[in-house]
Design a protein around this ligand. Structure first.
Ligand SMILES: NC(=O)c1ccc[n+]([C@@H]2O[C@H](COP(=O)([O-])OP(=O)(O)OC[C@H]3O[C@@H](n4cnc5c(N)ncnc54)[C@H](OP(=O)(O)O)[C@@H]3O)[C@@H](O)[C@H]2O)c1
Length: 344
């Protein structure tokens, strides 16, 4: 007998991806339930070759559900995750609501799977921000080898990171430009079609955006509080996959060649770096893939022990859905939960 799994936000970008990843990876679920807002009740979503009818979160009883994969935004998670956790169902949340809570583990399985043990305090486990997830997968093996002092990262983040309405906005604005219709920003603060926007999430008092702040605090929580990080986060007119330009400074000596060897052996990473035209990975190629791709590895001659590289990953997969399912797999593989139908 397997587990009963609920997917909240099943009609959204991340929720749909979670359903397909649960099926692809053969997650040991006896039953998968698709949940969303009341307006989506009865909508059909795919789970492998099956079709699930969406139920409303607000009328669903979690008392016999083992795992809830939650992807419905911070406000929904704030209200519902504690109630669901209190019913004995473990919530794996994709929003930023719980990530900095000291009683909630923030987990990237390739990096800090052991930190999961604290989840029983609230029965909530947080999934990091999409731009942080791919970054820490790349940084972890380098940190183990040479101790990272400082990271400078600029992101090129796809519109799917802002939800399905944001993808529609890029599509409709692109079309409007071609047919000379007026282009009206709704979801984004400025036009995204044929443009770039150097703002993701709201501004904070110090001039950084909240997305940039999240990358700092989440990297410290997942990897090491001593790492200094500064980020510039930019939205780009790409549908899927986030790219990052990363500069890393180490305590100890580590060349780009050393980094290449280390990253080739690292879990979750694929190095594609042939130093010829096209010998690197772009967002388009990473879409639909599980790996975090590393390209353009080179020594940074402006600091003592530094390298620079390019990092690309599918934000809906490693940045959200895949990471959440991998966390659920850690719970199962380490026998940290028992299917409630088994226990009964
Ligand atoms: N996209 C990414 O790359 C990414 C990465 C990491 C984390 N996240 C986080 O994952 C979450 C979902 O993102 P997304 O991109 O999938 O957004 P999305 O495409 O806009 O989907 C939102 C989902 O939430 C559901 N929802 C909204 N209000 C609800 C309510 N009151 N009760 C139940 N369900 C409700 C929606 O259902 P209806 O269709 O019924 O409205 C929909 O299924 C967000 O917290 C986001 O920050 C996203």
């Amino acid at each position: 007998m397997g587990y009963k799994v609920a997917v909240v936000g099943a009609t959204g970008n991340v929720g749909r991806e979670i359903l397909s990843i649960l099926d692809e990876r053969g997650f040991p679920a006896d039953e998968v339930v698709a949940l969303a807002s009341r307006k989506s009740q009865g909508v059909e979503v795919s789970y492998g070759d099956k079709t699930l009818k969406v139920k409303a979160l607000e009328t669903y009883d979690f008392s016999d559900t083992d795992i809830c994969l939650m992807s419905a935004g911070g406000a929904v998670s704030k209200e519902w995750s504690p109630k669901i956790g209190a019913q004995g169902c473990v919530v794996i949340d994709n929003s930023s609501q719980w990530r900095t809570d000291p009683d909630v583990p923030l987990i990237v399985p390739e990096v800090n799977a052991d930190a999961i043990v604290g989840f029983t305090k609230k029965n909530i486990i947080a999934n990091p921000n999409c731009s942080t997830a791919q970054l820490v997968v790349a940084l972890k093996p380098l940190h183990d080898a040479a101790t990272i002092k400082r990271v400078v990262v600029s992101t090129y983040q796809s519109v799917s990171g802002a939800g399905k309405d944001a993808m529609d906005e890029l599509f409709s604005q692109t079309r409007a430009v071609f047919v000379s219709d007026p282009v009206e920003p709704k979801k984004f603060p400025k036009r995204i079609a044929f443009n770039l926007i150097p703002q993701i999430d709201v501004f904070m008092d110090d001039g950084f955006t909240k997305e940039e702040w999240k990358m700092v605090v989440e990297t410290k929580k997942i990897l090491d509080p001593k790492i200094k990080l500064v980020a510039t986060c930019v939205r780009v007119p790409v549908f899927i996959s986030h790219a990052e330009s990363v500069n890393v400074e180490f305590e100890k000596e580590l060349s780009a060649e050393d980094a290449r060897k280390i990253l080739r052996e690292a879990p979750g990473i694929l190095v594609v770096d042939t130093r010829e035209p096209g010998g690197y990975t772009t967002p388009h190629e990473a879409a639909g893939e599980d790996a975090t791709y590393i390209s353009r590895l080179r020594d940074d001659p402006t600091v003592e022990n530094g390298i620079a590289f390019w990092c690309v990953s599918d934000n809906l997969r490693k940045g959200a859905a895949l990471n959440a399912v991998q966390i659920a797999e850690v719970l199962v593989n380490r026998k940290l939960i028992t299917a409630r139908s088994k226990a009964a």
